[in-house]
Design a protein around this ligand. Structure first.
Ligand code: NAP
Length: 259
């Protein structure tokens, strides 16, 4: 399907690996020029060069912590007037509800709620002025079905979801859509880290830990960054202008509900 995005410009945050990388690849394949971001300069530059070579589009890497105001300012300066924004950052650490301090909450809110909100506040006015724009926030299945040990993530991402629910309706009259993609378990470094911890704690192999988790998913497998990126590119496409303020689960059926 032709997505109608050739020549558009996108900022994809936290995109040297994993789900952000999947989104960057899919947008580049649709002919979108990219600004991509991650903290590690080496992996980011390699990713940018690979994406540019594979898809024949311009890809500008900006190595910075997107959750830090100075880093974000550098990324936004390079991005300029983009048509598409994909927000993403690493998730907060696991823990126990009784142990988290105010500072832990502030860090999580900064990273996974206030950072995407600040990016939207910076870029939505230009999209509105030009009469077209797309925002996709990478959140988590945890906003629909909390993961108890990831309480910081549950809290921050649910706050972002509330902001998007209202704001998406305010910008929609201007041809701008905001939607959230909710990943379930995907085969990325993050999933490897979680599975390695389980393998260590239970004295089983990494393969066994993965197989046990995959067995809990109706699709009986993890999602891929390619599948995730394709969904993101479709939400950014000219065909998705009537999809407004939605929370779309990509979880192999893990969230069990009729609607
Ligand atoms: P990943 O494979 O670990 O990749 C994370 C990417 O983000 C890397 O490119 C990393 O590069 C970059 N990054 C992390 N923190 C950053 C920051 N502060 N500023 C700029 N770049 C940053 O993770 P993933 O699996 O793609 O996960 C992406 C998001 O989806 C996370 O918030 C995660 O919690 C959420 N999620 C993932 C899953 C899953 O199963 N994979 C499920 C639910 C939710 P650097 O480290 O070099 O910065």
């Amino acid at each position: 399907m032709e997505l109608g995005l050739r020549g558009k410009r996108a900022l994809v945050c936290a995109a040297s690996k994993g789900l952000g990388r999947g989104c960057a690849e899919a947008l580049a394949a649709a002919g979108v020029e990219l600004v991509v971001n991650a903290r590690g300069a080496e992996a980011l530059q390699a990713a940018a060069a690979e994406i540019a070579a594979r898809h024949g589009v311009r890809v500008v890497p900006v190595a910075a912590d997107i959750t830090d105001p100075e880093g974000r300012a550098a990324v936004l300066a390079a991005a300029g007037a983009v048509d598409i924004l994909v927000t993403n950052a690493g998730g907060p650490p696991p823990g126990l509800w009784s142990d988290w301090t105010r500072e832990d909450f502030i860090r999580a809110l900064d990273a996974n709620m206030l950072t995407p909100i600040a990016l939207m506040q910076a870029l939505l006015p230009g999209m509105i002025a030009r009469g077209w724009g797309r925002v996709v926030n990478i959140t988590s299945q945890a906003v629909k079905s909390p993961i108890p040990q990831l309480g910081l993530s549950n809290t921050a991402r649910t706050g972002l979801t509330g902001f998007v629910a209202g704001t998406a309706r305010q910008v929609a009259p201007h041809g701008v859509t905001i939607n959230n993609l909710l990943p379930g378990i995907h085969a990325t470094d993050r999933a490897d880290t979680l599975d390695s911890a389980v393998a260590l704690a239970e004295g089983i192999s990494l393969e066994e830990a993965r197989a046990r988790r995959a067995a809990t998913i109706p699709a009986r497998r993890y999602g891929t960054a390619e599948e995730f990126g394709a969904a993101c590119a479709f939400l950014c496409s000219v065909h998705a202008g009537f999809i407004v303020g939605q929370n779309i689960s990509l979880d192999g059926g893990a969230f069990c509900a009729t609607m």
